[in-house]
Design a binder for this molecule. Structure first.
Ligand SMILES: Nc1ncnc2c1ncn2[C@@H]1O[C@H](COP(=O)(O)OP(=O)(O)OP(=O)(O)O)[C@@H](O)[C@H]1O
Ligand SMILES: [Mg+2]
Length: 446
């Protein structure tokens, strides 16, 4: 699609709406104006006719109607007639000399009648008849007329002016709106081009923001924030893949070397020991792959929980027994009967990961406790080891973060344990954090 086609929609629509509404306003305004003009012109003519008629009536009432010399007294430009009883024309202005009476109606004294009439083809007049009386008191009718043509001519001029000016103005507004809309959309086009050019490797690009802090500026800000999020998500993804590959590499290398050595020296190989190494490393790979799968699933569509009643005190007691059987650490347990709704296997995994960490770092003792508090079920796991420095207490919940890298790697640690704990606890709407150097608190809603 060409650029102009893309913008044509918005630009043409803006121009059409602006010019259409202006055209409507101008059309209605012009119509009202012409009607009002005509009305006021006729009104002015009527006023002037009334004055003329009254002046003439005053003249006639003081002199005999036979003596009236209308042209001399009232000027040749006026069209006037004095009609006596029986429709006899007593006097007339020059243009009406010899003309038949304009009215035969005898109006009562002082009564007027107004109408629009024509004196010949194409000539429209306004006519006023006034009931009056001559010097002897005989009833007469004064008729005065005025052509409406000058008024019509000026009205015609106004109409022509409106007919030409109105559409020109509408056209001007249409073109201006089209142009302004185009200019306002230009930053959007810049942003579009920029975003169009962004791919997985250039996620650090940002769209240019216009100088004015308007809606387009806001849109640009939103796009840039979205790019920020995409960039950090992509970099986290890359980091995850690279860390995962790295973690997988070492057990695979051990497996390969062990097999190579065994195959090269089949007779001197202690096959039982070799099988032990292979089994241990395979289990490590298996555990790692399972952990990665769990985290990837959680990222993709959240964790599906098989919820039921879980007795946290039973979980802790089982872990305490396990520690007592597998280590020579002193295990202190303080449990109340506490039951929560949750996925038994996953909560067992949470407790096991935390207890494993404590056991791994403890010097001689591990404390396990569970109680019901106002905020829910509270599990605490504490050890007497070196603990986690304050500034690292958040970070260690991230994936592949190990503080004591080489030591915990030797012991099979991959740095995924706490990341999995956090994911599982969040799926249960709970929280987990280090409240002290080596005291982890797990809170689950009840
Ligand atoms: N109780 C603790 N005392 C001191 N350091 C701890 C404790 N618990 C965790 N850590 C530190 O936090 C890091 C991350 O723990 P995490 O459980 O995520 O990984 P890991 O134990 O190294 O490996 P994994 O649990 O996957 O086997 C550990 O490597 C360790 O440095
Ligand atoms: Mg761990």
């Amino acid at each position: 699609m060409k650029t102009w086609q893309r913008w044509a929609g918005v630009r043409v629509r803006a121009a059409l709406v602006a010019s259409g509404s202006l055209a409507l306003a101008i059309g209605a305004g012009s119509l009202l104006f012409v009607v009002f003009l005509q009305h006021s012109q006729v009104h002015d003519v009527d006023l002037s006719l009334t004055q003329q008629a009254q002046t003439l009536a005053a003249v006639v009432s003081q002199s005999g109607s036979e003596d009236i010399e209308l042209p001399a007294r009232l000027g040749t430009s006026s069209t006037q007639q004095v009609v006596g009883r029986g429709g006899r024309v007593l006097a007339a202005s020059t243009d009406l000399q010899g003309h038949a009476p304009l009215t035969t109606e005898q109006l009562p004294l002082g009564r007027t009648r107004l109408r629009t009439t024509s004196l010949g083809p194409d000539s429209i007049y306004r006519m006023l008849a006034l009931g009056a009386q001559d010097a002897r008191g005989a009833p007469i009718t004064i008729v005065v007329m005025q052509s409406l043509e000058p008024a019509e001519a000026s009205r015609h001029e106004a109409i022509v002016l409106l007919a030409v000016g109105g559409p020109s103005l509408v056209l001007l507004v249409a073109v201006l709106t089209w142009w302004v809309a185009g200019r306002s959309l230009r930053p959007v086009e810049w942003m579009r081009r920029q975003v169009d050019g962004i791919d997985a490797v250039s996620l650090d690009t940002r769209v240019p923001l216009p100088a004015a802090e308007d809606e387009v500026w806001l849109l640009g800000g939103t796009l840039n924030r979205m790019l920020d999020r995409l960039e950090s998500a992509a970099s986290a993804q890359r980091q995850f893949v690279s860390d995962a590959s790295h973690e997988l590499r070492s057990p695979l290398a051990v497996l390969r070397t062990t097999v190579e050595v065994a195959v090269a020296h089949p007779h001197s190989t202690d096959w039982d020991a070799t099988a032990g190494v292979l089994l241990e490393e395979t289990q490590r790979v298996e555990r790692l792959v399972a952990d990665l799968l769990l985290l990837a699933n959680a990222d993709e569509r959240g964790l599906q929980l098989r919820k039921g009643d879980v007795d946290l005190d039973d979980l802790l007691s089982a872990e305490a027994d396990r520690l007592r059987n597998t280590t020579d650490l002193k295990v202190l347990v303080s449990v109340q009967a506490v039951r929560v709704r949750g996925d038994h296997d996953r909560l067992a995994r949470v407790v096991r990961n935390l207890v494993d960490n404590a056991a791994r770092h403890a010097t001689s003792q591990v404390e396990l406790s569970v109680a019901s508090g106002p905020e829910g079920a509270v599990v605490e796991i504490n050890d007497d080891g070196p603990g986690v420095p304050v500034e690292e207490r958040d970070r260690i919940f991230e994936r592949f973060v190990r503080l004591d890298g080489s030591r915990s790697r030797q012991q099979g640690g991959t740095g995924l344990g706490l990341a999995i704990v956090r994911q599982l606890v969040q799926a249960h709407d709970g929280t987990v954090s280090f409240v002290d150097a080596s005291r982890v608190r797990l809170v689950l809603p009840q």
